[in-house]
Design a protein around this ligand. Sequence first.
Ligand SMILES: C[S@@+](CC[C@H](N)C(=O)[O-])C[C@H]1O[C@@H](n2cnc3c(N)ncnc32)[C@H](O)[C@@H]1O
Length: 326
Amino acid sequence: MTVYDLDSATLATTYDTLSDSQFKRGSELIERLHIDQSDVVLDVGAGTGRLGLWVLKNKLGATGSKLIGIDPLEERIKLAERKNTFPNGKFLVGSAEDLSFLEDRTVDVAYLSAVFHWVPNREKALSEILRVLKPGGKIGITTGAKELANETVIRKTLDRVLAGPKYRDRVNPNDYVSSKQGTTATELIKLLSDAGFELDEVAVRRNSTYHESGTLLVDFLESSTFGNFLVHVPEELRPSARAEYIQALDAIGQGKGISSVGFGISAVARRSFDLGLPACNQRQGCGQGEELVSLAGLRTRDSPGAWRLQATGRNPAGILGLISEA
Ligand SMILES: C[S@@+](CC[C@H](N)C(=O)[O-])C[C@H]1O[C@@H](n2cnc3c(N)ncnc32)[C@H](O)[C@@H]1O
């Protein structure tokens, strides 16, 4: 059974209702990506489409460029499509590792909001995203900070319950799905750099979340892990573990709800302007105030054996342009 088989229409609807904290962090990431109306946007792991539809409404508009959202979970995509009224928005079943439905260099901004820790083959996903991004195109990621995953009320309370006599010989608390799946900030930097991205920013951010009750917090955890929340507990012990966990959370909240502080990574990187061709070693073709980004030798089609220089640069406003051909 893969992690995806446990999802259901009910979990999808619950996630759509209870995912305010992830939506908030996702929308903060979108602000850092500076999306404008003409950007083609790819929402990788779009889930129930909350964030993608917000981007369509607030950044692209119905007359702007298109947004494509993909997710392996069919029920979540069905819900996203049911809510979608934008002609330029489309939600499809798919995974980050296979973007073969997109041509090379066709996307301006790709983002993964609360998704990267779930992706089984991260190298493949990043190489696919790099391939479909235009030169200068951006990738944005929010994901849990694995190095700090155990430092939350949510995790510490769960560990306390699972240290009880009924569970301790049968459960390894470190098999908790959300802690196992993440990357550390250092791993994420390395993965992005190895994939060929230029890093703009990586930050570990303090996230504070609030849940009205233990039951609603557990409903959120089950729906955001698409049914995998207690898979490390033997099936026959799950109902009691769930009930004891809710009780322990409510005891902490004392009727006022549960606040939990956690840590997440937020990263923005881009595909470089490099044309991916052998760079020449002379600086040529820069206009005044412009900065050379890459200089490449191209074999011409009409005169085989001849070469032409092509320079790509950035002006002070950050705009990419072909500066000269020689
Ligand atoms: C916690 S939800 C986040 C959904 C949405 N991005 C949001 O911000 O609300 C994680 C999502 O990642 C998706 N996911 C898991 N593995 C994936 C993969 N290999 N490629 C793309 N998405 C994946 C899940 O199906 C799930 O919908």
